[in-house]
Design a protein around this ligand. Structure first.
Ligand code: SF4
Length: 210
C-alpha cells in the first residue's frame, strides 16, 4: 500500500486529554466527508473543517510505499530518545489509510499510536488512543474509544445521543468559526448543563503551534 501523507512534523498535541504532550503529527491526505476544495465546502457532509489535507506537499509530507518507510520517517522526526514516544495520526480521515501494518511498524519503533477520526469508518485494531469526533448528519460506526470530542455547536446533533457510547472521556470543543465567542459560550453552556462533558480548547492555536 502507498500512504499519501499531507504533512508530518514534531509538535505538542494541542487538543483533548493529551494536550501538551510532545507528539509527531502524521496527517494523511484525503477525507471521506469533504474533498478539501473550497468550491465543494457548502455541499460537503462536513463543512466546518479548519485543516488543509489535500495533496502531499506539506512539511514532511510525501508518498510512502511501505509501512516501514513511513514509520522510519515518523521516528526520524521524533529524534533521539525512546521515552514516551507518541504519534498522532490524523487527517483528513486517517482510517482511509491507517492499517495494521503501519500500526505494527510504529509500535516496533516504540510509539504509542493515537488516532483522531470522524468515526464513520471502523478503527483498525491495535490503536493505543482513539479520539472520535462526530459530524452532524453522518453515521458514526466507531462508538467506542478513549475520547469522544464534539466540536460545538453543530445543528442536528443532540449530545445526549452519545452519552451511552463506550468512551472514557467526553469533550466539547468550541467550533473555530466566524462567531468564535458564540461557539465558546455554547460549549461552556453544554459543559455546565451536562457534567459528563468537559470543555477542551485548541491550545496550539492560542500559543501559535501548528
Ligand atoms: S471530517 Fe475532519 S478532516 Fe474531514 S472535513 Fe470534517 S473536520 Fe475536516
Amino acid at each position: 500500500m502507498t500512504y499519501a501523507v499531507k504533512e508530518a512534523f514534531l509538535t505538542l498535541q494541542g487538543e483533548g486529554v493529551q494536550a501538551g504532550s510532545r507528539a509527531v503529527f502524521l496527517r494523511f491526505a484525503g477525507c471521506n466527508l469533504w474533498s478539501g476544495r473550497e468550491a465543494d465546502r457548502a455541499s460537503a457532509q462536513c463543512n466546518f473543517c479548519d485543516t488543509d489535507f489535500v495533496g502531499t506537499d506539506g512539511e514532511g509530507g510525501g508518498k510512502f510505499k511501505a509501512a516501514a518507510a513511513l514509520a522510519d520517517h515518523v521516528a526520524a522526526l521524533w529524534g533521539d530518545g525512546d521515552d514516551s514516544r507518541l504519534v498522532v495520526v490524523t487527517g483528513g480521515e486517517p482510517m482511509l489509510q491507517l492499517d495494521a501494518a503501519l500500526v505494527e511498524a510504529l509500535h516496533e519503533r516504540g510509539f504509542r499510536v493515537a488516532v483522531e477520526s470522524n468515526g464513520t469508518l471502523p478503527a483498525v485494531a491495535g490503536v493505543d488512543w482513539l479520539c472520535v469526533s462526530p459530524k452532524a448528519g453522518t453515521e458514526v460506526v466507531q462508538r467506542a474509544g478513549d475520547e469522544l470530542k464534539l466540536v460545538w455547536p453543530q445543528a442536528g446533533i443532540d449530545p445526549a445521543e452519545f452519552e451511552s457510547w463506550d468512551f472514557a472521556h467526553f469533550l466539547v470543543q468550541p467550533m473555530d468559526c466566524a462567531d468564535r465567542q458564540a461557539a465558546v459560550d455554547a460549549a461552556i453552556r453544554l459543559a455546565m448543563e451536562r457534567p459528563k462533558w468537559r470543555l477542551t480548547l485548541q491550545a496550539h492555536k492560542v500559543v501559535g503551534l501548528p
